[in-house]
Design a protein around this ligand. Sequence first.
Ligand code: PAP
Length: 345
Amino acid sequence: MAPNAPYEICFVPKSREEEEEDEKIYKRYKEIIATTLPIAGGLLGEPMYQYQGFWYSSRVGSVGPLAVQDHFRARASDILIASIPKSGTTWLKSLAFAVINIKSHPPSVQQQHPLHIFNSHDLVPMLEIRLYNNDFNGNRIPNLDILPSPRLFGTHMPYTSLPQSVTLSGSRIVYICRNIKDNLVSMSRFIIKMRLALSLEPMKVEDILEWFCKGRCVIGEVIEHALGYWKASLERPQNVLFLKYDKMVAEPALHLKRIAEFMGCPFSSMEEKEGVVHQIIKLCSFENLSNLEVNKTGLSDGGFLNRAYFRKGKVGDSANYLSPKMMEQLDQIIEQKLHGSGLTL
Ligand code: PAP
């Protein structure tokens, strides 16, 4: 039997009254979504709803974003791994976890490392998809106060929708995004496979591109999402670190050191000499993680297979899937949306 993920302790037993109260809270969010928000069908046949300018797939979070806004209380020491789906979240979570836990779980002892036992989404749980997702938590509000600091969480929520306590407390956010074309292709390959598994009518990349352009691809408005965090990183550089997958692939050591420093645990010169940076890069590499038993066979958020988080892990794969016309269409959208922002994707 698979061991319980560390975050499971947040779902402490509650009295019948408390359970009923939690159920009422989730019921109210469902009503708000059903009666006040625009609803449309999603790429996996699921309902999507538009909330605060972004489309959300109910498969990734159900009413989670509303519950996170009301119930998550950030601490100054919290670190949030924020991202668009399919932009390198699994990798960044692994790196951040390995750095934060360097003393209790030295990366030199790879076989016993928690990353060899759990998928990184189990070690760094998503706020809206796992912790506050009523489809996943049996309508329970988690008690995150019992987690020791520093707490590491993930989120796909846009910056503008994060709970106020994240900004007020001064918690740190590490954001990752990716070349938009590679992001679209990674997402498309995932959707195409999932539709097959769900016996839905097959879709092609060009069909998914249409959805992507309408802002209705799992979590909508991918470029706006990145822009929100980009602007925040310029305004609050101590609190928001903006990373690009492509640059991390090119120079992993440089970026790992930036991440560690930003999170408040820079590598000592002794650690660097001992090769800790390279041990973490190796531990978290696509080759290592994708070949572990847990990632070949385990299940994750929303019933997705852990192996779905690992495909090729390469930069530039979009050239193998997008026609010149599709590339041009995307270039125009990117140029129009990012013009004058200083951000390139
Ligand atoms: P998620 O939103 O479902 O969590 P996410 O982890 O953000 O997915 O992105 C998955 C991408 O990261 C995949 O890219 P690809 O489709 O272009 O191959 C996946 O292969 C890649 N990836 C996963 N783990 C790693 C890793 N350890 N190193 C580099 N890339 C990785």
